[in-house]
Design a protein. Structure first.
Length: 221
């Protein structure tokens, strides 16, 4: 079931939300994550997974679990899995069987600060994925999971489980749960003003008038 914050996010794009973050003096916009599998916009609460180079952390007790599987099982329909894989190793932080499992679970999509593999499978599944790059290299014997639902770093933004994400063709933006309502209020006001500007252009007003001082100072605090 889509909550109110997610519903409002889905009605916006990342540019309006990024502008709102700027207006409020908050961080949250991450660029350079490529929309790898489908052009569909996603928004929702996040679960996180932190991946590191093999040997960087002690092996967990008990039977081995493949990276990402715990996050899938923790997720509810409509939620997003956010992965940190900043080891510098060219190895998949996500793959095809994970995409299938996540889609069957109802996960809205995956945002990975790292390489992603099996991109063709994700496209066939119509499963949205953002990543730093595509790769064919497996994580086996290269990458391990250091934690699920722990704070992760995506770009220069710290993302905490329960935060919100919005991702589209321009960027990915993250909203701390405590800030989400006021960021959305600002973003909706910005989007409404830009919609009015577009209508003014269509009505024949000069673009130099439409995009004048009021537009340039729109984000001043």
């Amino acid at each position: 079931m889509t909550d109110e914050i997610t519903r409002r996010l889905l009605a916006l794009d990342t540019c309006a939300v990024s502008d709102a973050l700027d207006k409020l003096g908050l961080k949250g916009c991450v660029t350079g994550l490529v929309q790898l599998s489908t052009p569909r916009r996603i928004a929702g609460r996040v679960h996180t997974a932190k991946l590191v180079a093999k040997g960087a952390v002690a092996a967990a007790a008990g039977p081995p679990r493949h990276l990402g599987t715990t996050a899938i099982e923790a997720s509810q329909a409509g939620e997003i899995i956010v992965i940190e894989q900043r080891s510098g190793i060219d190895a998949g932080s996500w793959g095809g069987i994970l995409s299938l499992g996540a889609k069957l679970r109802g996960v809205a999509g995956v945002i990975a600060d790292g390489p992603v593999r099996d991109v063709d499978e994700a496209r066939q599944l119509d499963f949205p994925i953002w990543g730093r790059a595509a790769t064919a290299r497996t994580a086996r014997d290269r990458i391990v999971e250091a934690g699920t639902d722990v704070p992760v770093t995506i770009g220069d933004v710290t993302v905490t489980p329960g935060d919100y994400a919005l991702a589209d063709g321009s960027a990915v933006v993250f909203l701390a749960a405590a800030d989400a309502a006021r960021v959305l209020d600002a973003a909706e006001a910005i989007a409404a003003r830009e919609a009015a500007m577009a209508e003014a252009l269509r009505a024949g007003k000069k673009i130099t008038e439409v995009m004048g001082a009021a537009y340039e100072h729109m984000l001043k605090r």
